[in-house]
Each structure stands twice: as structure tokens, then as C-alpha cells.
Design a protein around this ligand. Sequence first.
Ligand SMILES: [Ca+2]
Ligand SMILES: [Ca+2]
Length: 329
Amino acid sequence: MIAPFWADVVTTKGGAIWYRQTTSKNVLREASLDVRNAFPEFPNFSARWMFVATWEKVPFYGTKNKNITNTFQSVLLSDGRHSFVRFNYYNITWTSATTSGGKSSNGLGGTEASCGFNSGFGNYHYNVTNNGYRNISVLDLPHKTNVKQPGVLMFRTDGITIQEPTGRTTKGGESEWVKMNFDEVCFGARNDAYGSFVNHVKGGRVAAIKLVYLRGFVRCANSAVHNSRWGCSGIKKLSHFPFNVIGTNQNNRVLFPKEEILVYSTMWYNLPFADNQHSNELVFTGDYFNSFHFPLNDQMKIWYGEDLANHSERDNHGRVCVDVYVKFI
Ligand SMILES: [Ca+2]
Ligand SMILES: [Ca+2]
């Protein structure tokens, strides 16, 4: 089942639901280009069939105000072998019919509509708004995207699991950095405040990882003079091991940097050409990194090392948010 917005819609009080199939060459060509841009691993994708369903200005069941409506669309594309879905959200103002606990006056409250996919066998479903990769309200959908067009979300749907677009972050070279998180990944410095995301982008063997700084600070001691992006500023005994940000799997096994460079039990380490206070990114590769397999649907955690090691974490402070990029082999 494919559900751009699963809730009790009524059209007896207004709005309309339209659907059509098309094999028009021009329409298919344009839609195929969108797929190729979003999924560069399918550079020759050429849709042979397309199905479009539109919910135009639809109110919710139980409404007392037929002017509160949603408009959204779902587009199914296939070349006979691979298939992709595109959800277009133009306007979302209500989240729940009264049957789901929504208020009859405004359609808010209760249990929000679900957006996503269900295999129908009860063994797999993918919720687009709440999945460890993206955690948003359905009201946010017209402003969100995974293909750089607000309100547009695309997915590959012919695999065992639903796949988000890989996109392109840099051009040229053999492999490219792939952004792995949708929501910011934010980690604190104590009380097991790791940040995490779930891999809904691509499974594969990882050759390098980079963390890109977004905001915040962390420190390993009480005074704010020690604020830093990736460790702890101005601590003399750490001058040769200034970094303390660690990636683990869901069982807290260290994935990067490679364990051999960690200072025993405290998780501090050194990286060349980087500064714990000013560097915009930390790149883990070469001698500082052991490649590993990162399967689809696996969680990755980002930790402050002292917090992970439960070592000297009580005097730690702060929270840093990052984006996580991966180069696959
Ligand atoms: Ca500390
Ligand atoms: Ca801890």
C-alpha cells in the first residue's frame, strides 16, 4: 500500500479526488529526469508507465469547517523493473479526522495521519514522517523535501525496503559524499545523550565518513573556556589527543575512528589537519578509519567519547549538531 496521507478524507462537503494513468512520452521523460537526479545510481531510468492520484482541497471526516482542507498528490513511476514514488504536498492544514481524535473545529490533535508504505504482509512498513531518519509532523510536509524541492518527497519502492534518494553532494571523482541523515544529528556530552539516525539511503561498504558541524558546543570540564566543536579546548594533557567524537553502531560498538588510535578507555584521539575548536568538518579515512558494512535500516550513533566511555562525564556540558556524510566503496 502506498499512502501519501492516510486519514479519513471526505469529499461530500467539498474537494475532489482525481486519478489518471499516462504513457505520454513527454510527461514520462520529464518525470524520469527527476528520478535520475534524485537517484544518480539509475542514470538511464526511463519510465514506461505513470499513475497520478490527486487529492484536491479535501476536508476531513467529522469536520465542522469545510474550508479546512489538504491538497496532495502521489505519482507512481515504473520502467517495468524499477519503481519510484513521488509525493507532492501542496497544502496540509489538518492532521486527523475525528475518528482519529482530531477536533471537529480544526482537524488537529489525536493521532496524526500516516504517510508511507506498507508491504501488505504485515512484515514491513515505512513511515515517511517518523522513522529515525526524519521525524516531523505531517503539517511540515509542504516545507520538507529529500530532492531539494519543498513539498516533494521521492522514494525507490521496488526493493525489499523503501529507499530515500542518494542525491549528489559533490561532482566528479569515483565516489561521492552521500548525506545519510535527514534531521540534524545532535549529541550531548553526558548522560548517554548520543545522537542517531537510521540508514534509509543506501546499504554498502563505507570507505570514509565525515561529520559536518552545524551548531552548538561541547566541553569536558566545567568552565566555558573549554567549549569546542569536537572535543575540549585548552586542556593541556589533551593537546596530543584533542578529539572526542565517536561513531558507533546501535550496540555501541565503535565504528570510527579506528579503535587503535583511541587513547585507552577515555576515547580521545588525534586527527591530522583538524582543530577541535574551529574545524567545520571531521573526516575519517585512511589510517584513521577501518571500512565497515553499513546495512540499510541500521542505526548509527554519534557520541561524545567520555559519555560513551562513562568516564569523567559529570563535569561535561553542551550539545553539538552535525550532518553525517559517507563515501561508499
Ligand atoms: Ca570530563
Ligand atoms: Ca555516559
